[in-house]
Structure formats: structure tokens, C-alpha cells
Design a protein around this ligand. Structure first.
Ligand code: CA
Length: 225
């Protein structure tokens, strides 16, 4: 059952979302406070997080940043009209989508379904990932490109796996760095760019015009199948 965590302090919106999402067959947890929401995510996990921007005890912005340090889980931000944090900032935080209040539950349901379709949950593990002519076997730690085995270093493999697991979604540089090198890594962030460059050289037909390992300027990287 798909688990959705709703972090929203407004009773009316929170209870309506809880009711509607449960009716659609999702396993919903509704929390009304930022810090508690983050704690709930860290202990119980979720396949999708619906996150309000203005929350008591910890802002939605900080909750989103904290979640992104450990997880690429899809996040939909709820923003209010006139929020000083505009739509783009919401996406820069690593959110996958946003809905501006007031919104109809029908509109939010559509976004929830679209985001879930687009991004595979990191909790759901598949042994073999395929995208275009690239095939990655997580059990055997093997990669083949156009049927030919390719030798990758462990870190290159981890970067590629994370991108392929989240095919079609932009992964912020910070998320990739944290997931592959760990939150205590203080090295140069260009390390990531070097790994992407090497992956392109090994996996792309034309590394200068990548078809799969795409740079999303100012945000991060994305795997296009
Ligand atoms: Ca609020």
C-alpha cells in the first residue's frame, strides 16, 4: 500500500486531504507540526510527502531540506499565494511539485498520482533497472550498455543507480552527494561532476551530447530513459 505522509497544520486542509487520500486507497498519516512530521518520516518512511510551507516548530522548507539529505522521496509542497518563497524556490529545495492554496482536493489528487507515476519510490527496490540502452543489475553490481559490459567504480555505480531509480526526476546535487558520499563528506562538490563526466564517457553514445545523463542547470542531474 502506498504510504503518504501529509504535514499540514491547517485542520480544514489536513483533514480533507486525509479523508480524500484514504478514500483513494492510500495509507495516510497526517501530522500537524514540522518537527513531528520529519520525525514521522524518519521513523516510518513514506512513498510520498505532501508538505505545507508554513508550519509550527519547523518550516516546510527546513523539513524538505532535511528529508532531501537522506531520501529522494517525492515531495509535493503546499504554498500559499503571496508566499515570499515563490514556486521556483520550492523546486530548488528539492520538491517535486507544488500546489498553490487555495486548491481543490481533485487538483491535489491529480498531482499525487502524477508524481507517484513519475518517480519510483526509493523504498521499492528493483533488482534490474533499465533505461534506454543502459541496464543496471543491482544484485550483481553489473552494468551493460548496448549489451556490452561496462566497468564502473563503486561510486560511479552508486550515482548511476540513484539516477536510474529516479528516472525522469531531477536529483539535486546535494541529494546525490549525500546519498553517495554521505552527509559527513566535505570534499569538493566537483567530485560529483567528475563522476558524471566519467559515466557519460562510459555509457553515452556521444558523451558531449548526453541522451541519458542530463544536467539540469542550477538544480542537479536527471536520468532520461
Ligand atoms: Ca500552514
Amino acid at each position: 500500500m502506498t504510504k503518504i505522509l501529509v504535514i499540514e497544520d491547517e485542520e480544514g486542509i489536513g483533514s480533507a486531504l486525509e479523508y480524500q487520500l484514504a478514500r483513494e486507497g492510500y495509507d495516510v498519516t497526517w501530522v500537524q507540526d514540522g518537527a513531528k512530521g520529519l520525525e514521522t518520516f524518519e521513523t516510518g518512511g513514506a512513498d510520498l510527502v505532501v508538505l505545507d510551507l508554513m508550519l509550527p516548530s519547523m518550516s516546510g522548507e527546513d523539513v524538505c531540506r532535511s528529508i532531501r539529505k537522506t531520501s529522494p522521496v517525492p515531495v509535493i509542497m503546499l504554498t500559499a499565494k503571496g508566499d515570499e518563497v515563490d514556486r521556483v524556490v520550492g523546486l530548488e529545495l528539492g520538491a517535486d511539485d507544488y500546489v498553490t492554496k487555495p486548491f481543490s482536493t481533485r487538483e491535489l489528487m491529480a498531482r499525487v498520482k502524477a508524481v507517484l507515476r513519475r518517480g519510483r519510490s526509493p523504498l521499492e527496490s528493483t533488482d534490474v533497472l533499465e533505461g534506454g540502452d543502459i541496464r543496471l543489475d543491482t544484485d550483481r553490481v553489473e552494468v551493460t550498455v548496448r549489451g556490452e559490459p561496462v566497468h564502473l567504480t563503486r561510486k560511479e555505480f552508486d550515482v548511476l543507480e540513484l539516477l536510474m531509480r529516479n528516472a525522469g526526476r531531477v536529483l539535486p546535487r546535494e541529494t546525490l552527494m549525500d546519498q553517495v558520499w554521505g552527509t559527513d563528506y566535505f570534499g569538493d562538490t566537483r567530485t560529483l561532476d567528475v563522476h558524471i563526466k566519467r559515466l557519460r564517457a562510459k555509457c553515452e553514445v556521444d558523451p558531449r551530447r548526453p541522451a541519458h545523463l542530463l544536467t539540469v542547470r542550477g538544480l542537479g542531474y536527471k536520468f532520461a530513459p
